[in-house]
Design a protein around this ligand. Structure first.
Ligand SMILES: [Zn+2]
Length: 690
């Protein structure tokens, strides 16, 4: 759940530590106004009323100086400008949903009621860990391997604490249009199996966090310190044995692994790989999955190992594995102490800092992360009803079509690819999913079948939590049995962002992104093409950046390039990386050009798209367009934030103005920028890939 809870918090903590390190070392000696070819004008304090401007020297500064001087950070932000304004508005709009009157629509009402059950800490604390204890006791009562098998094949899905394996549904690459059920081993506490073979310091730290968490939770469940320790050791021993055959995180990131992960097993092959464990009986008799001809086995060795380890001797280990993982999964729905322990454990084991949550602050802050992750689609529907509309959806959809049309032209004109590769690129455009503002139909996301009593009606979070989990499970079962519907949204409309998903070849322009200042219905063409257009075109371009280009029109990890064309493409990417590697936000500070190629390629292609559209518009006001294009990226941020951006794949905001604009004659000619001007880039030095 709360992955995002305190990204901001963690970042703030992380950054403040970074800042104090600076304070002690040589911060005094760094002159942050010394960047090449431009200083970092986004950095607070670098631009003052006295800073001289010259559009041919630094266009971003010339265009945005006045605005930078008056930008103010929204509360809780370390950066000011359009993107933080949009995110701040999205947050405030979301919070406002739960302050108003009770909504009438079923799903909106469900989100609303769940919000108040989450905040009902008196009731949650009164119940404590009792609901979990019942499920833990059922596992403790298993005294033989037969009884364990019976536990899996007889316990109703929602009463089962945890399982030794897990199933997921994904698109079947061998049978386009179909879904397939993947069978994998259960989760391990430490994500990288390599840690179980040779523990690093990072692994040791994670172990300590888990030990602290489980120690306290098991104590709450009535176990002694000694018993708790034994349980942890048992769980860890089980995971260690199993992980001996699992690929490491590094191996999993390789292309060979991705191909090998497509191993299909027939029903008989699955049965003979794991004859001792009741996987299929459980899936079909208890969980409700239909019998299938084929299953996906990303790591067959893991299931074979699971089968080998499924013995009477290992029963105590398996029991404690189920208990610990059940606790870890369900602590979030219990009392305050369990909840806060779980959040801290999640934060710290994923490299963050303790969230140090405060029960009094919960209804004003953390609850929104929980509500977004637990009932994301009911919240989406509620949000869209209040903050978006069909007219905006239609207008932005037209803009998306216009941009895709321009992109066809760009692909046709690309002189470094052969017709064969061109056909692959065009197929990607033809088949691209265009998810604009919110889904066309709410039906696939409906929670109509979920009913629970509200706080006023005497309901409890635990019952509501279980009803939602049941709904999610039934949805997964239906999905496994149904076709692979590529129109189903993977992202959420209330998030103030846009995306391209290479695995499904789809763009997402979320409703919460298409808000003022990014979009207003009364925008001129120049503004629309400067604010909203580049964001849309940027996402489309990701289909053709260094990473996106590895996936085909259906989102499969399949190469559609000729060797020669790919070599030319790679050369262009190297040139793009070198271009950023030669820049410095301030003297002595480098950029990681290699990490920035995807985002920079998308930015440059996006601007090219907009200029192509502009060329077809009579009386297009380029001056107004370029000013608005710069304004969109006007930014003021703290030094901590600037340091964090150095780790980001996106170029800094001032670079997203100057580096993009200097690639194109339309800009250089309009302002009369020529050789010798700092903003000038000779045609042979330009790095836009498309
Ligand atoms: Zn991007």
């Amino acid at each position: 759940m709360k992955k995002a809870i305190s990204i901001i918090l963690a970042a703030a903590l992380c950054l403040s530590i970074g800042a104090s390190v600076f304070a002690e070392s040589d911060v005094e000696e760094i002159d942050y106004t010394t960047g090449t070819p431009w200083m970092d004008i986004d950095l607070e304090g670098n631009v003052t009323a006295d800073t001289p401007t010259d559009l041919k020297d630094n266009y971003a500064l010339w265009a945005n100086k006045d605005r930078i001087l008056i930008l103010e950070y929204p509360e809780g932000y370390m950066t000011a400008g359009n993107s933080s304004d949009v995110n701040y508005k999205a947050d405030e709009d979301l919070k406002g949903l739960f302050r108003g009157e009770v909504p009438e629509d079923h799903d909106s009402r469900l989100a609303y009621d769940y919000f108040y059950l989450l905040c009902d800490w008196d009731a949650r604390d009164a119940r404590g860990v009792a609901p979990l204890k019942e499920m833990v006791d059922a596992v403790e009562g298993i005294t033989s391997l037969d009884a364990l098998t019976e536990y899996f094949v007889k316990t109703p899905w929602e009463d089962r604490l945890y399982c030794l394996w897990r199933e997921t549904v994904s698109s079947d690459t061998e049978n386009p249009g179909s879904n397939i059920l993947s069978i994998k081993n259960g989760y391990s506490l430490i994500k990288d199996p390599a840690e179980y073979r040779e523990m690093t310091d990072d692994g040791e730290e994670q172990i300590e966090c888990y030990k602290a968490f489980f120690g306290k939770m098991l104590e709450k469940l009535g176990y002694s310190e000694e018993e708790a320790k034994q349980k942890f050791d048992n769980c860890f021993a089980w995971e260690t044995m199993l992980s001996s055959v699992l690929a490491s995180a590094e191996e999993r990131s390789s292309s060979e692994y991705k191909f090998a992960a497509d191993t299909h097993f027939t029903r008989d092959e699955l049965l003979s790989a794991a004859p001792n464990i009741p996987i299929l009986e459980t899936l079909e008799q208890v969980d409700g999955y239909p019998a299938m001809d084929q299953y996906l086995m990303p790591e067959p060795a893991a299931i074979e190992k699971l089968n080998e380890l499924y013995t009477e001797e290992n029963l105590p280990l398996m029991r404690d594995y189920l208990i610990l993982h059940g606790i870890y999964q369900m602590a979030e729905a219990l009392d305050w102490e369990s909840y806060a322990l779980a959040v801290d454990c999640q934060e710290m084991t994923s490299g963050g800092y303790p969230a140090e949550l405060n029960r009094e602050d919960y209804p004003a802050s953390t609850v929104y992360e929980d509500i977004k992750s637990s009932v994301a689609w009911p919240v989406s529907k509620y949000y869209v009803e209040k903050h978006s509309n069909p007219e905006d959806k239609e207008r932005i959809s037209e803009l998306v079509d216009e941009i895709v049309d321009a992109y066809y032209g760009i692909i046709e004109d690309a002189d470094f690819i052969s017709d064969e590769t061109r056909a692959g690129a065009i197929a990607k455009l033809d088949n691209m999913g265009k998810n604009v503002l919110y889904p066309d139909s709410w039906e696939p996301y409906s929670f109509e079948d979920v009913n629970f009593a509200s706080k006023e009606e005497g309901g409890s979070l635990w019952e509501a939590y279980r009803a939602i989990k049941k709904h999610e499970h039934e949805k997964t079962v239906a999905q496994a049995a149904g076709p692979d519907d590529r129109t189903i949204w993977d992202l959420l409309p209330f998030v103030g962002n846009c995306n391209y998903m290479p695995g499904s070849n789809a763009i997402y322009i979320n409703a919460a992104f298409a808000q003022n200042p990014n979009y207003r219905p009364d925008m001129s063409d120049e503004e629309l093409y400067a604010y909203m257009g580049p964001a849309i075109a940027h996402e489309i371009s990701h289909a053709f950046d260094a990473e996106g280009a590895k996936y085909d029109k259906d989102g499969n990890f399949i190469n559609w390039w000729t060797d020669e064309d790919y070599a030319a493409f790679s050369e262009k990417n190297e040139k793009l990386a070198a271009y950023f590697n030669a820049m410095h936000p301030w003297e002595g500070q480098d950029f990681n050009g290699e990490a920035m190629i995807g985002e920079a390629c998308a930015d440059m292609a996006a601007l090219k798209c907009m200029l192509r559209i502009a060329a077809g518009k009579p009386d297009f006001d380029y001056g107004k367009f370029f000013r608005a294009y710069a304004d969109r990226c006007a930014t003021k941020e703290t030094l901590d934030m600037a340091m964090a951006r150095l780790e980001d794949e996106h170029p800094m905001m001032y670079l997203r103005i100057n580096t993009n604009l200097q690639q194109y004659d339309e800009f250089l000619d309009f302002y009369g920028i020529t050789e010798g001007d700092n903003m000038y880039l000779a045609p042979e030095d330009r790095v836009a890939i498309w």
